[in-house]
Ligand binder design. Structure first.
Ligand SMILES: [Zn+2]
Length: 247
């Protein structure tokens, strides 16, 4: 039976992805595993605020000089695609942020992501998650914990405490192709429904289009765990209808 499919974690040449925004979207329409399903929305989520040398920046002025313009260009490019694909599939503007690299710059980052529909944080350790939880509600858009294998990343914290931390801070948990095979996630997905946590679904597409085959599998897995009502759907601030009307 057909499902509504969301695919919220895709990279393009803006960061380290191989396919343009249009190619990413077309690949979803061409993917045999997605035939018979409805595409509910595709999100572009390039790495932002990452210097080529991956060095950490502590100077706010330097940070803005390096990233403000390219961030605006990125958001504008995704919004252009949104307008071009309007009526066929909703296109969302996400961003992926490396937690260790940017955790000292969050105030600047927050001010620079105007127009971003959701932020995926990657490589968040337990200290980072508690720090993020304390300020997640101050973010202008939903905050998502990216591709985290909870049992591996937080081995010294009970799953119940992890799920309560996410729920209280309204941090979305991402189910990602990187976590396949999903049987490894069974224990965590038995705990997840105990608290109100929303689940984002994505593949972390860079250059291997075969990861798109995981999308229906992951959606089915989430539904089997009674989380079908909790699948995360971004809510762009400008409604699709308005975007179409002004184009
Ligand atoms: Zn990614």
């Amino acid at each position: 039976m057909g499902q509504v499919i969301y695919s919220l974690h895709n990279h393009t040449p803006f960061s380290d992805g191989a396919y343009t925004i249009d190619e990413v979207i077309e690949a979803h329409f061409d993917c045999p595993a997605l035939k018979g399903h409805e595409l509910g929305g595709i999100g572009i989520s390039d790495h932002l605020f990452a210097t080529p040398s991956s060095r950490e920046l502590h100077n706010e002025k330097e940070f803005e000089r390096l990233f403000a313009k390219e961030t605006r260009n990125y958001v504008a490019a995704v919004k252009t695609a949104r307008q071009q694909w309007a009526g066929r599939v909703p296109v969302f503007c996400g961003a992926e942020i490396n937690w260790p690299l940017n955790k000292h710059m969050l105030d600047v980052v927050r001010a620079m992501i105007d127009g971003v529909d959701y932020v995926l944080f990657e490589y968040v350790d337990w200290a980072g998650l508690t720090q993020l939880a304390n300020q997640a509600r101050r973010w202008p858009c939903p905050v998502i914990l990216a591709h985290t294998d909870v049992s591996v990343t937080y081995p010294n914290t009970s799953m119940d405490q992890v799920v309560r931390t996410l729920a209280n801070a309204r941090i979305v948990y991402e189910l990602n192709s990187k976590l396949m095979p999903l049987a490894n996630q069974d224990r965590w997905f038995r705990v997840l429904p105990n608290h109100r946590v929303t689940i984002a679904i994505g593949t972390d597409l860079h250059d291997d289009l075969s990861v798109l085959n995981d999308l229906p599998v992951m959606h089915e897995y989430v539904r089997q765990h009674n989380l079908g009502e909790k699948i995360f759907v971004p809510q762009p601030k400008v409604p699709e209808a308005a975007a179409v009307a002004t184009s």
